[in-house]
Design a protein around this ligand. Structure first.
Ligand SMILES: [Zn+2]
Length: 285
C-alpha cells in the first residue's frame, strides 16, 4: 500500500496479518511513565491513531505496576506488552524474591497473547546499579526464564556491549536490542546472533555519528523502530515529552538515510516485527 506520512488507515476484517500491521509500529514505550508526565491514556491513544501508529509494545521495568498496566492497555487495542526486571533491580535487597515474583507473573500471564516478550532486561554500566556481577546474575536468571517461557527478550544496553554479547552468545535468546546506541561493528555482531536492532529518536540527534553509521549498514530484515517514550524525543521534538505518536519521525529519518521509500520501509518493519515477536496476535478486527 502506498503510504504518506500522517495518513490514517482503515482496516477491513478480510485483511491478512501483514496488511493489518501496515501502520507505524513503536516497538518500545512506557505508557505508565508517559502518563506520569500528565498526558492521559486517552490523549496518548488519540495522538497515536492520528499519527497512524497501529501496533507496539508497552514495556515493563518493574512488577508492582502490572495490574495498572493491564487495565490501561484495554484502551490500546492491538498493542502488546512485556514484563521484566530492569537492571536497576541489581540494587534490590531481594533479588531472588524478585525473580520468583517474575516467574509467577509469567506463569499467570503466559496464556495472554498480548504478552509478547520478557523485558526490559540487560546491563547498564553508565549507572552503577549493584555490581557488574549482580547485574549479570539478574540478567542470567531472566534469560533462563525467557527460555522456559519461550519468550523473546528486550535488551537494554548501556556501555555493556562486550558483556552482553558474551551472555547472548551463551544463552542464544531471540530478541531485540532496544534503543540501539552502539557502533556498526557491535550492530553486526548482535545481528549475527539473530537479534533485531531497534533504533530510537537518538539516531536523529546531530552528534550521533557512529549510530548513524550502524543504521546505514543494518540489514533491512532486522530493523525495528521505537520511541522509548517518554524519553528521547526525536528531532524536531528533541527535549520535549515523547509519545509513541512521534515514531514516524524515526522511520522518516531512516528512510532518508537509506534512500528508501517510506511505505516500503513501513511494510518491511511490519514483517520484521511479526518475526521478532511471533506471539503478537495482530491488530484486532
Ligand atoms: Zn525503555
Amino acid at each position: 500500500m502506498a503510504l504518506n506520512h500522517r495518513s490514517s488507515f482503515c482496516y477491513t476484517p478480510l485483511m491478512s496479518l501483514r496488511e493489518q500491521l501496515v501502520g507505524y509500529i513503536d516497538s518500545h514505550f512506557h505508557l505508565g511513565i508517559i502518563e506520569s508526565k500528565e498526558i492521559s491514556a486517552s490523549e496518548i491513544s488519540a495522538r497515536m491513531r492520528n499519527a497512524g501508529v497501529t501496533a507496539g509494545i508497552d514495556i515493563g521495568v518493574v512488577l508492582d505496576d502490572l495490574d495498572e498496566r493491564l487495565e490501561r492497555l484495554r484502551h490500546f487495542p492491538g498493542f502488546a506488552y512485556s514484563v521484566g526486571l530492569y537492571p536497576s533491580h541489581a540494587d534490590s535487597p531481594r533479588i531472588s524474591d524478585d525473580i520468583a515474583d517474575l516467574d509467577s507473573a509469567l506463569k499467570r500471564l503466559i496464556a495472554d497473547t498480548r504478552l509478547v516478550a520478557l523485558g526490559e532486561v540487560g546491563m547498564d554500566f553508565h549507572r552503577s546499579y549493584g555490581t557488574p556481577t549482580i547485574q549479570r546474575e539478574l540478567l542470567e536468571a531472566q534469560l533462563e526464564l525467557a527460555r522456559n517461557y519461550d519468550l523473546p527478550v528486550i535488551i537494554h544496553n548501556r556501555e555493556a556491549d562486550d558483556q552482553l554479547h558474551e551472555l547472548l552468545l551463551q544463552y542464544r535468546p531471540r530478541g531485540i536490542m532496544h534503543c540501539f546506541s552502539s557502533d556498526a561493528a557491535n550492530m553486526e555482531r548482535f545481528v549475527e546472533l539473530g537479534m533485531y536492532i531497534s533504533f530510537a529518536g537518538n539516531m536523529t540527534f546531530k552528534n550521533a555519528t557512529e549510530l548513524k553509521q550502524a543504521a546505514s549498514r543494518v540489514p533491512l530484515d532486522r530493523v525495528l523502530f521505537e520511541t522509548d517514550s517518554p524519553f528521547l524525543a526525536p528531532v524536531p521534538h528533541r527535549g520535549k515529552t515523547n509519545t509513541p505518536a512521534l515514531v514516524p519521525h524515526v522511520y522518516e529519518y531512516f528512510a532518508d538515510l537509506r534512500h528508501m521509500d517510506l511505505g516500503e520501509l513501513v511494510g518491511q518493519v511490519a514483517e520484521n516485527f511479526s518475526r521478532a515477536v511471533p506471539r503478537y496476535a495482530g491488530v484486532p478486527k
